[in-house]
Design a protein around this ligand. Structure first.
Ligand code: PMP
Length: 437
């Protein structure tokens, strides 16, 4: 029986067909920067899993850390108790973060991390006697996961409509910063568009600053297709937030842990937010883990909890799971020992020149890049996304796993890729673009 698996969605419901019909969309093993399919094809992992496997698959250090930790302490509640592996990880993550962000609240995914950050923002204001600060501000095209908080501040309009009755109240969205007329084919950070941050001043004037709790943005919008902040944009958001007592949250689920050639995008762009959410890369995608890095005073205020509270007010059964923490240490060890952030900075130039060299191909509307990420937008056809999908499917036959959403193809290869592999990835994409004109 033919598998009918939409490439957009996880094929959970198709499980029972797996054995009967191996398909090229079934991955059976992975090593380094390559997957192997049920049919025995090797595929270059052009998006590091789902942006989450920076040091590649099957890393022996991770296998060893996982085994050792499973034999030592395989679970530990995060309530009342702790354990040395997770405590050391919190210190290590805080040491990597910009100055002032020195507390870590662990969660288990990007979505949970975002919901946690939004709750910390609301709780912080309330406990300081500013309960009137309830509004949240996100951005068009932003992606912050599928929790109710993340969907509310996210810019995926379809999600907000679908669950309209359950969206958190008082959310506004800044305009996104992508403009084909002004910035198409810009390398790195566009020069145009910094002024769009002034949207925030307009919202402040409209609502009164004393009603706004937080602004949450991805420094680089990943899921929307690598939308790079224009020069000055994040700085301006920071200034406006500081001026009005609004907390600034950077959602670094994709950009955190090296993808920008620095520990966090905050350092890359030289803007310090009040909280940073992370997930994905910290555990190389092997065991789920996420979290929020929080300014000390915000953390301490939040942790006082509501007056008279004796019961739990926030936390997860698996917060700071020792297995995830052990895998995170192994991942960070490899990143440090092999100077993989330095390697990202070198590969950034290779990816930038290779991907912008596609400009002469027909039917491309835009090319963007920053750090070890890039995206191309195809000219839309009558059926949206059809060409990208054809490219994706042909890629599976020709040795590359690509990620497409709509007419956009995004790339974020593992940090362990060689310059030749980066060039080959882009040349494969060129061949696919030509074949699917
Ligand atoms: N925030 C950002 C910026 C993301 O890119 C993602 C996932 N792509 C999420 C949140 C949600 O993460 P998760 O899928 O782990 O819940």
């Amino acid at each position: 029986r033919q598998l009918n698996v939409e490439p957009y969605w996880l094929p959970f419901t198709a499980n029972r067909h797996f054995k009967a019909d191996p398909s090229p969309r079934i991955l059976v093993s992975a090593k380094g920067a390559y997957y192997r399919t049920a049919e025995g094809h090797e595929l270059f992992d052009s998006l590091s899993g789902l942006w989450c496997c920076p040091i590649g698959h099957g890393h022996p250090r991770i296998v060893e850390a996982l085994t050792r930790q499973a034999q030592t302490l395989d679970y530990c509640t995060a309530f009342q108790m702790s354990n040395p592996v997770t405590l050391r990880l919190a210190e290590r993550v805080a040491d990597m973060a910009p100055d002032g962000l020195d507390h870590v609240f662990f969660a288990n995914s990007g979505s949970e991390s975002v919901d946690t950050a939004l709750k910390i923002a609301l709780g912080y204001h309330r406990l300081r006697g500013e309960a009137g600060r309830f509004r949240m501000i996100g951005r068009e095209k932003g992606y912050h996961g599928v929790g109710f908080g993340g969907m509310s501040v996210g810019g995926m309009v379809a999600n907000r409509k679908m669950f309209a009755t359950a969206m958190i109240p008082g959310v506004d969205h800044l305009r996104h910063t992508h403009d084909y007329a002004e910035m198409a084919f810009s390398k790195g950070q566009p020069e145009w568009g910094g002024h769009l941050a002034d949207d925030l001043e307009r919202l402040v004037a409209l609502h009164d600053a004393a009603t706004i709790a937080a602004v949450i943005v991805e420094p680089v919008q990943g899921s929307a297709g690598v939308i790079v902040p224009p020069r000055g944009y994040l700085q301006r958001l920071r200034e406006i937030c500081t001026k009005h007592g609004i907390l600034l949250i950077f959602d670094e689920v994709i950009t955190g842990f090296g993808r920008m050639g620095a520990p966090f995008a905050a350092q890359r762009f030289d803007v310090i937010p009040d909280m940073i959410t992370f997930a994905k890369g910290i555990t190389n995608g092997i065991v789920p883990m996420g979290g929020v890095i929080v300014r000390k005073d915000i953390y301490e205020t939040f942790m006082q909890g509501p007056a008279g509270a004796v019961e739990l007010f926030h936390g997860y059964t698996y917060s700071g799971h020792p297995l995830a923490a052990a895998v995170a240490h192994a991942t960070l060890d490899v990143m440090e020992e092999e100077d993989l952030f330095g390697r990202v900075r070198e590969l950034e130039g290779v990816l930038e020149s290779a991907v912008h060299d596609l400009r002469s191909e027909t039917g491309l509307r835009d090319i963007r890049n920053i750090g070890l990420t890039a995206a191309i937008d195809l000219e839309p056809r009558s059926e949206p996304g059809a060409r990208a999908r054809a490219i994706f499917e042909r890629g599976l036959r020709e040795g590359i796993l690509l990620r497409f959403t709509g007419d956009t193809i995004a790339m974020g290869p593992p940090f362990i890729s060689t310059p030749d592999e980066i060039r080959r990835m882009v040349e494969m994409l060129r061949g696919l673009i030509r074949a699917e004109r």
